[in-house]
Design a binder for this molecule. Structure first.
Ligand code: GDD
Length: 361
């Protein structure tokens, strides 16, 4: 079975991190986002994955080189201009179409579902497409499209968010299609959400399925942090061995920590903290609801809460980082600063506090 992952978005909302790496390669829970999706597909029996890309192909090729032994054939399908969310399927038809249904995933979501159930449901109804849906209290915040299903799962309406409330089941960005979908696609910039899915719904060719599992759109820093909390809670229930166990009294809730990271004395770590490889956490540090990407140093008695630290950044002694701050790659904060809600571009050294949310160039 095959799967396609849409990895062509520019990731502008996750700047400054995406100034250094394409969004699919940014580590979420200490693994590139893309790898989570590839594992989920592999687990469902997928043997060939097509990555639909449209920029920075060389970095993606490098990623493939490193994952040659992943156990799934991975192919790049590169657009010469952005083809949107449906055009890339038409471009990859020769790679995808083997007469069997195939999966399609948006990349900027964090989720874990049993994709075999999706396949079984799809095979049972026999129509062109099945779309995963998830219930959200604030649907307009997390997804662009609302799905209104009949109780059988047949989609009555697939609508863009408008002023009228159409329900709170949103398109999760996870699909399975039978090869007849190719008749509805063209090799041009084409929207899955505006053109393809509404038409399939009208033609009664689209079913929806809601599965247990966690889901979050992780396009923006606050959602990335919220998605991390959900992911860690999922690990606690399903794969607790992947959570850090060696923190002893320092632990305060779910933490994922790379083996090569070190923690000093008298720290308080958690809840919902991810510590990347090679990070050094000195004595007396407080970390909560934050992600530290590879190679960060947090100096003694610093506090990092609700924030993301980019690769190889440092936080000085007694400095406090909070309020959904995001440090780009290689940012250095001096001692005794307060950084609140700042997005700091890569390779910057700061020796003054930032009290109000702002972008620091
Ligand atoms: N290859 C390729 N080419 N991929 C693209 C392109 C393109 O031109 N444009 C976007 N993508 C990828 C993005 O990387 C992402 O994985 C996916 O397509 C959807 O991105 P957006 O078009 O930015 O949509 P969205 O994230 O705002 O909303 C989508 O996801 C929601 C759930 O998270 C839609 O599918 C919504 O309906 C859905 O609710």
């Amino acid at each position: 079975m095959k799967g396609l992952i849409l990895v062509g978005g520019l990731g502008t909302q996750l700047r400054p991190l995406t100034l250094s790496k394409p969004k699919p390669l940014i580590e979420f829970g200490n693994q590139p986002q893309l790898l989570h999706h590839m594992k989920m597909l592999k687990h469902a029996g997928v043997t060939e994955v097509v990555l639909a890309i449209n920029y920075r192909a060389e970095i993606m090729a490098d990623f493939l080189e490193k994952h040659q032994d992943f156990g799934v054939k991975i192919t790049l399908s590169q657009e010469t201009e952005p083809l949107g969310t449906a055009g890339p399927l038409a471009l990859a038809q020769d790679l995808l179409d083997d007469g069997e249904p195939f999966f399609v995933l948006n990349c900027d979501i964090a989720c874990e579902f049993n994709m075999r159930s999706l396949l079984d449901f799809h095979n049972a109804h026999g129509k062109v497409g099945t779309i995963m849906v998830t219930r959200m209290d604030e649907p307009a915040k997390y997804g662009k499209s609302v799905v209104v299903p009949h109780e059988t799962g047949l989609v009555d309406r697939f609508v863009e968010h408008g002023r009228t409330f159409a329900g709170n089941l949103i398109n999760a960005g996870v699909y399975i299609f039978s090869p007849t979908i190719f008749q509805s696609l063209s090799m041009r910039s084409m929207s899955m959400e505006k053109e393809v899915l509404p038409r399939l719904a009208e033609e009664e060719q689209l079913y929806s399925l809601r599965l247990d599992g966690y889901w979050m759109n992780i396009k923006k820093p606050p959602d990335f942090l919220m998605g991390t909390s959900l992911y860690l809670a999922y690990l606690q229930h399903h794969r607790p061995e992947e959570l850090a166990t060696a923190l002893g009294e320092a632990a305060d809730g779910n933490v994922v920590m790379a083996e090569s990271a070190t923690i000093g004395k008298g720290c308080r770590i958690g809840p919902d903290v991810v510590i990347g490889p090679g990070c050094v956490i000195e004595d007396g540090v407080r970390l909560a609801r934050c992600t530290l990407l590879e190679g960060c140093r947090v100096c003694a008695h610093a506090v990092v809460i609700d924030s993301i630290l980019g690769w190889r950044s440092t936080v000085g002694c007694w400095t406090r980082v909070e309020g959904v701050s995001v440090l780009g790659e290689d940012v250095h904060l001096n001692d005794e600063l307060c950084i609140n809600g700042a997005l700091i571009l890569p390779h910057k050294s700061m020796d003054a506090s930032v009290f109000e949310p702002q972008i620091i160039m």
